[in-house]
Design a protein around this ligand. Sequence first.
Ligand code: 13P
Length: 244
Amino acid sequence: MMRNIIAANWKMHFDLDTAIQTALQMKEELNGFNDVELIVCPSFVFLHPLSSILRSSNIKLGGQNLYFEDKGAFTGEVSAGMLKSVGCEYVIIGHSERRHIFSEKDIDIQKKVRKALEYNLKPILCIGETLKQRKENKAFDVVERQIVSALDGVDLSKVIVAYEPVWAIGTGVAADRQTVEEMHNFVSNLLDDVPILYGGSVKPENSYELATINSVNGFLVGTASLKTDSFKKIIEEFKKAKED
Ligand code: 13P
């Protein structure tokens, strides 16, 4: 059976106190969910304190990015070894905000995936088309190119993929059921046995319906993961849909 995974991407939110309080709350409130892999990806600067808080919990820790060199004169960057040393087991790679705001290219993303695996970090590879690409009927080509480029020659057993259509991120409106189902089926045909998460305005109100799609193996949640209540509700709805 495919693993179910729900990950929180906290992006560039919170200060130290709020991050700690939220992690403490999540540790307490989410401790009953043992059949879903739960991951929190906070800002780099909160990883170390959160790692002590979450060590004795069912919530795993992930980075939001890494740099593909081992070490050296790369001011402002964070390596795979550093993430590993502060307790990360996962790392988000190729998020659309990295691709579009910070101009990350497919080749960078390929190197990052390989570096993550070298350090035994599980990459959560983000893929997804822009609205322009969708309108030009290029969504499937774009997603296939992103996958082939990032995962060429890679051991897929540790890889997680997150389909995040760029046009659905942070808008409050997720992609519709048919769009998500078509793309997830397409990706699962390319990648046997790789969990595929959906991301883009996942919230308590839409998570049941999205989770009824067979090829949706979990979520990568942004805004709605910043509050324990809404994140918990999403997990509950997801579980309900998978059990129904
Ligand atoms: P939102 O849930 O805020 O749309 O963000 C999705 C996302 O980018 C998760 O990585």
